[in-house]
Write a protein that binds this ligand. Sequence first.
Ligand code: FMN
Length: 209
Amino acid sequence: MKVLTSTQYARYTILGCTIFGLFAAAVMAVAGHQAALAFLVIFGLLTALGIHDLTQRHHAVLRNYPIIGHIRFLLESIRPEIRQYLIESDNDELPFSREARSLVYQRAKGAEDKRPFGTSEKVYEAGYSWVTHSVAPKIITDTDFRIPIGGPECRQPYDASLYNISAMSFGALSGNAIAALNRGAKKGGFAHDTGEGGSAAITAKAAAT
Ligand SMILES: Cc1cc2nc3c(=O)[nH]c(=O)nc-3n(C[C@H](O)[C@H](O)[C@H](O)COP(=O)(O)O)c2cc1C
């Protein structure tokens, strides 16, 4: 028979205590103590849990650490809350950081939502990128940002605009908005992605104009 070391025995301390408590409660019951029943139930349930943990084969943690091993599962179940309330920094978490979320909560509650200028982000850290306004803007001669699609052999080469209207479906936008965007696209000679919403007569009408 395998003999356990003292450290290994230590794992069963809590189970040992509950068994001892159960015996003590039984002695109290025999002595006619009023609180005995409550202790019998508490220690009885804990002992049953410990024996179940010892004999089950699904979780090594519970087998090795009966009763007390449940703390691990308990902590795991509240891990997101612990992270959110105690550990998470303002800029952690994707897609919405704590900072962004709290702004949404504040606005939803009609609370003060103004932010001072400046940022709490580490903007000089490697990997942080941003677009800065120039105090001396460059003059760009070609403002027609286009890229040719199709070489000399292509029968229908196409000068695609780099700026286009991204998908916004009819339904998400009103018919008038779609028609206005579509007319703008025609004027500027760029593409208008109509999105995947309900196909609208208005889109067809707008496209025709
Ligand atoms: C009102 C509205 C409607 C949209 N409808 C669609 C759609 O039908 N299909 C689609 O793929 N994307 C749709 N989008 C997403 C946009 O095409 C685009 O990807 C998104 O707005 C991100 O670009 P932005 O950061 O320039 O706004 C919609 C966006 C908005 C604001």
